[in-house]
Design a binder for this molecule. Structure first.
Ligand code: IPD
Ligand code: CA
Ligand code: CA
Length: 263
């Protein structure tokens, strides 16, 4: 595999520059717009963060593609695709709740090789390079060693169309609650994945995510020894919507609960 050093520097530069923009505007007044769903927000800071990230990437690699949440695909012809969520957890950000992150991954020839998930206000930078382990700032991280579902702390998220019970998301949630388990809902899928990667959570599921929510978190979690699949245990892809992520040991038990309603 080619040396990724020069890409990693740009990955960090982009995340840090976006982090500065996000931190400066945090808890201030800024414009907030709505997307198709009333509670699917986008702020002017999402746009500024995205613009900066793309600017940094294209300053160094003008021929690379960017797949980013707010601008869609930009000219997808290169083998190099940067997958960007300028703020994952926008609703939290709009409410000054400090649970959000910049998420950037680099995919080379369809393989994700670098990822960073950076929460600038908590100064937590999760990152990974393919085959080289996962880190929180300078510290190598790994998933928890919890063996049983009944001892686990889980996290989930809901699509903006949750009221329609998309993908049976409400039923899945009810079924886990009925197991008597503690479950959290943080509002940033990228951080949910990283929190499984560093052992804060033991498992995470969500019915409908996008590539920019998962690309960096996927590599970080895999490099931390985690397991990712769809709800049936089949091969995970950032381009398919469903995600079951765990420390590996509780994966089967989570699949059993998810299998109680159609997946
Ligand atoms: C959302 C967050 C949330 C998840 C949603 C995502 P956004 O991303 O990751 O946790 O439940 O499905 O769309 O809109 O904050 O970038
Ligand atoms: Ca997102
Ligand atoms: Ca976003």
């Amino acid at each position: 595999m080619e040396d990724l050093k020069k890409y990693k520097e740009v990955l960090f530069e982009a995340a840090e520059e976006a982090g500065k923009i996000i931190t400066e505007s945090y808890n201030t007044v800024f414009r907030i717009g709505r997307k198709k769903e009333y509670n699917d927000l986008v702020t002017e800071v999402d746009h500024k963060s995205e613009k900066k990230i793309i600017e940094v990437i294209h300053k160094h690699f003008p021929e690379h593609n960017v797949l980013s949440e707010e601008c869609g695909d930009l000219n997808m012809t290169s083998d190099y695709v940067w997958i960007v969520d300028p703020i994952d957890g926008t609703v939290n950000y709009a409410h000054a709740l400090p649970i959000f992150a910049v998420s950037i991954a680099l995919e080379i020839k369809k393989e994700i090789v670098l990822g960073v998930v950076y929460n600038p206000v908590l100064n937590e930078k999760f990152h990974a390079e393919k085959g080289k382990g996962a880190y929180l700032n300078e510290l190598q991280i790994s998933v928890s060693k919890i063996e049983k579902l009944r001892d686990s702390l889980l996290v989930t998220g809901f699509p903006y169309l949750a009221r329609e019970n998309t993908g049976n998301c409400i039923d899945h949630f009810n079924n886990f609650i009925k197991e008597g388990l503690p479950i959290r809902r943080l509002g940033s899928a990228a951080l949910d994945m990283c929190y499984v990667a560093c052992g804060r959570f033991d498992g995470f599921w969500e019915v409908a995510l996008n590539p920019w929510d998962m690309a960096a978190g996927y590599l970080i979690l895999e490099e931390a020894g985690g397991k990712l699949s769809n709800f049936k245990g089949e091969e995970f892809s950032i381009y398919k919507k469903q995600l079951l992520a765990s420390n590996g040991m509780i994966h089967e038990e989570m699949m059993e609960v998810l299998g109680k309603v159609e997946c």
